[in-house]
Every structure is written in structure tokens, then in C-alpha cells.
Write a protein that binds this ligand. Structure first.
Ligand SMILES: [Zn+2]
Length: 272
């Protein structure tokens, strides 16, 4: 099933998909093991830096053959593309879904670029996500808030024709210094006036009850990245402190298992 069709199904059911970033073979395996174990579909995400790290064809082929190997329903998604050129390369490489993030540009530029990407992706039959509002990136301040206005979301979706929209309702990328307070009423208002699948970025560290409530009110995709990186590296660091083993095939499985456990926990919340 195409992701855009899946989103429409999720919208009707008030359900959501987990979208997790992967960074190498080990994190990819950890995620897919969990999806397979729980029999849940999942979105696999790559950012530009992960693509640069692995190489585009390597990352895509590895993801696609791993999806097949684990027998999981999964889609490959480009996370936070900053340019039309990167989107085009990823479409040619076989992505199922792309995100164009022009949220930091003036609204009319965001609309224009998103529209252009929707037109291009349409030729590939690929799903498009865009972002509206300010969701702090890893290096950005969380003091400033620029929540998505429902009226802006309505016209943005209508003008661009995006399938999915990342909205700013109080989340931020990375770990939270204090418990995030989500503007859940705003989410309901956005949901009421748009027909796009609404996306929650910065899902790492959002309390489980808040995630459930967000899904109930119309979030169809929840992004988790920071927690994956964190659990993988923390697990590895702990093992390395106490062991002199140099066979990476004996140590990595502990970190892979930790990713599997984390993803299983998230899948259980999201699919409950
Ligand atoms: Zn994000």
C-alpha cells in the first residue's frame, strides 16, 4: 500500500505510524526486528547527514533489502530535506516518501517550494510531507515558540497539496530539558480544518500519555530519532567500559537489542 493511502486510512481510524530514523545497519536491524516481532508497520527515515554517512545507494538498498528480509510493511522516507535537488536525488533512488522542510523560510517561499516538490513527487507517485511553524532543531533555541496557526495550515495544505504536514504544537528535536507541554487544543483545531496527515516531530521524550492523546486528536505519524541514537550509544558505551572484547559482532547485538526494545515500547504505545 502506498503511504499516502495508508495515511488516509490512519486519519479515519485516528491511528498513527511510528517513524524512526536509522543511522547504520545496526540501528536499521534493531528497528526492523521490533516491527517484525510486533507485526506493526513502520516508517524508516533518513536525513541528509545519514545519507552522506552511508552513501545514497548503500542506504537505500540496505533499507529495502532489510525490509524484505524481515518481512515488514515499511516505507522509506526522506526526513527534513532542505532542497529540491536532494528530494530529486532521493526520488530517483527509490524513496517512498519525502519531506521538504522550508519551514524557516517566509511562508510564501515555503508554499512555493513545497508546491514544486509535490509536483515532482507526483510524477513518481511518492508521498510528500512539509512543515509549517517552528519546531526547534537540535542546535536551535526552545525558548522561542512559533506554533502552527490552524488557518495557515488549512491554506498551506490546500495550496500545496501535501499528503502530510509537520506541525508545531510544543515539541522540539532532541531531548527535553523540561517536560514538553503540547498545545493539544491547537492540534484538534488544525485537524478539523485540514485533510493532510498530521505529523509530530520531536517525539523523543514526549510522555506516553501525551503521545496517545495526540494520536486521538489527529496525529498520524510520530517521529523518534534522538532516543534511538541515545540508547544505541549508551548501551555500547556501558559494554565497552567493562569488556575488552574486540569482536564487534559480539558487542553490537546488545545495542541492537536495546534499539529493538525501545522501538517495541513505542510501537505498543502508538498501536494501543
Ligand atoms: Zn524532525
Amino acid at each position: 500500500m502506498k503511504l499516502q493511502e495508508k495515511y488516509q486510512e490512519l486519519r479515519k481510524k485516528h491511528a498513527a505510524l511510528l517513524a524512526t530514523n536509522f543511522y547504520n545497519f545496526e540501528t536499521l536491524r534493531g528497528i526492523l526486528q521490533s516491527a517484525s516481532l510486533n507485526k506493526n508497520p513502520v516508517i524508516l527515515q533518513l536525513t541528509e547527514s545519514s545519507i552522506d554517512y552511508m552513501g545514497l545507494p548503500v542506504a537505500v538498498n540496505m533499507a529495502k533489502s532489510a525490509i524484505q528480509h524481515y518481512g515488514v510493511e515499511a516505507w522509506l522516507h526522506l526526513d527534513h530535506a532542505g532542497s529540491y535537488e536532494l528530494v530529486e536525488k532521493c526520488l530517483d533512488a527509490g524513496f517512498d516518501s519525502v519531506m521538504i522542510d522550508a519551514s524557516e523560510r517566509p511562508l510564501k517561499d515555503n508554499i512555493a517550494l513545497t508546491k514544486k516538490v509535490v509536483k515532482l513527487a507526483g510524477r513518481y507517485g511518492v508521498c510528500v510531507e512539509a512543515e509549517l511553524g517552528y519546531i526547534a532543531k537540535l542546535d536551535q533555541s526552545t525558548d522561542y515558540t512559533g506554533f502552527t496557526e490552524p488557518e495557515d495550515a488549512k491554506s498551506f495544505v490546500e495550496e500545496t497539496g501535501v499528503d502530510a504536514l509537520a506541525i508545531a504544537i510544543g515539541t522540539a528535536h532532541g531531548f527535553y530539558k523540561k517536560k514538553p507541554e503540547l498545545d493539544i487544543e491547537r492540534l484538534s483545531r488544525i485537524h478539523a480544518v485540514t485533510n493532510a496527515a498530521l505529523v509530530l516531530h520531536g517525539g523523543s521524550g514526549v510522555p506516553h500519555s501525551t503521545l496517545t492523546e495526540a494520536i486521538r486528536r489527529g496525529i498520524c505519524k510520530i517521529n523518534i530519532a534522538t532516543e534511538i541514537k541515545n540508547i544505541f550509544m549508551q548501551t555500547l558505551r556501558n559494554r565497552l567500559m567493562h569488556e575488552s572484547e574486540i569482536d564487534l559482532r559480539k558487542l553490537f547485538p546488545f545495542a541492537i537489542q536495546a534499539v529493538t526494545n525501545l522501538v517495541s515500547e513505542k510501537l505498543k504505545i502508538i498501536n494501543s
